[in-house]
Design a protein around this ligand. Sequence first.
Ligand SMILES: Nc1nc2c(ncn2[C@@H]2O[C@H](COP(=O)(O)OP(=O)(O)OP(=O)(O)O)[C@@H](O)[C@H]2O)c(=O)[nH]1
Ligand code: SF4
Ligand SMILES: [Mg+2]
Length: 457
Amino acid sequence: MNPTPLQTRHDTAALRPGSHAAPAPKSLRLHIAFFGRRNVGKSSLLNAITRQQVSIVSPVAGTTTDPVEKPMEFLPLGPVVFIDTAGVDDEGELGRLRVRKTRQVLDRADLGVLVTEAGTWGWFEAEILAELQRRRVPILVVFNKVDVAAPEPARLAWLTAQKIRHVETAAAQGLGLDRFREALLDLAPAEFINSPAIVGDLVGPGELVLLVVPIDKEAPKGRLILPQVQAIRDLLDHDACCLVVKEHQLRQALDGLKSPPRLVVTDSQAFEEVAAATPRHVPMTSFSILMSRFKGDLAAQVEGALAIDSLRPGDRVLVAESCSHHPIGEDIGRVKIPRWLNRHVGGELRFDHVQGHDFPASLRDYRLVIHCGACMFNRREMLTRILHCQQAGVPVTNYGLAIAFSLGILERALEPFPAALAALRNSRDAGAARTQPLLPGRNLAPRAAAAPRDVAA
Ligand SMILES: Nc1nc2c(ncn2[C@@H]2O[C@H](COP(=O)(O)OP(=O)(O)OP(=O)(O)O)[C@@H](O)[C@H]2O)c(=O)[nH]1
Ligand code: SF4
Ligand SMILES: [Mg+2]
């Protein structure tokens, strides 16, 4: 994982009145996205619900160009990000670019608000609806401008029959906002109300977790990166204890404890050193493997790691990072992982890199996608990417899993997650059956000898 300037990129949300707590990172917020044709009042509705001038409103069609994001505390739902978008019916060369940006927002929408007005329902609305339904994203249809005309009863009846929630508003007059707010709360996915644990569910109250955090030149100045901060907070939320050490101090810390820690979590860069220093009976994993479970689909990404063995020189590999940091020195995504994989396959692979919300529309040419821990994404965006990879038949894994695989410690790193461990064993057994003859009892350990010592994440 790479350091990024979290404080400047993500800590911009308003605090609850009187609160001294740091605002939630954007990636943990419920993303509520507004879609619809130009001029239906998307921006007006956003401004009305937030009671702020978030987006520019005008009678000129195409006023909103790039997606506008507004993180805020939306009680009682909690931290959300409202996203205003350009109209899906935008035209011309620039219009097509704007529509592409709007479509990217579909990937991160946890809840889709389709804004329309009387007499305009047509192909664009049907398409947005179908896209949201295909992604199983809860939908709220808003008929705005009801001060001008009421929606057609047949359309309302059709939506009701489809079990699609709909409300009527006149954003410019502030009418219908309570019903709109209530519908948003009803439709918010339960997972946002009961946020999943990152690590706290793996240990009991009072138990100790040892966190290994290398402080090298890639580490950001004066702070920890988001997965580390979130793990610490999650442990405290679960009344667990944690001790944070650098990799060189791990042995000393372990020696100083009266009883062994319940779990060791390391940055994947230090996996090899930490695996050697941690007694075999102490469970051990990495921050990015925790993030795979928290943000993605651990079992699917474990299976993806196995595809590393089938790579051949000339194959194309996509390396995707969720944040847009400037790579420095031995950057993990650009230097270390490519170097290791080239050595592993004994030739040059062809690497492409993407950052932020950009992700190729077609993945068919890739043999593998290696993703970072995606700490900057909400879970839906990461799950959408995994789904796109699966639909294209391309294995997808993440940095920590790829490194653990390379070092022959993937099984050990998955011991805290029995379901993922079972998935690994099943995939491996299925692979072994497909590629007979294989030695009985084949495991990943021989890879450790083949892996270079400078693999990092
Ligand atoms: N009569 C009436 N006009 C409204 C209402 N809501 C918005 N408008 C007007 O409709 C026009 C377009 O509003 P916007 O909020 O900019 O619409 P938009 O969907 O964001 O438009 P684009 O950004 O161009 O896609 C503005 O002139 C608003 O004042 C409403 O409820 N009633
Ligand atoms: S978004 Fe990815 S690369 Fe950036 S800090 Fe998080 S895990 Fe690391
Ligand atoms: Mg607008």
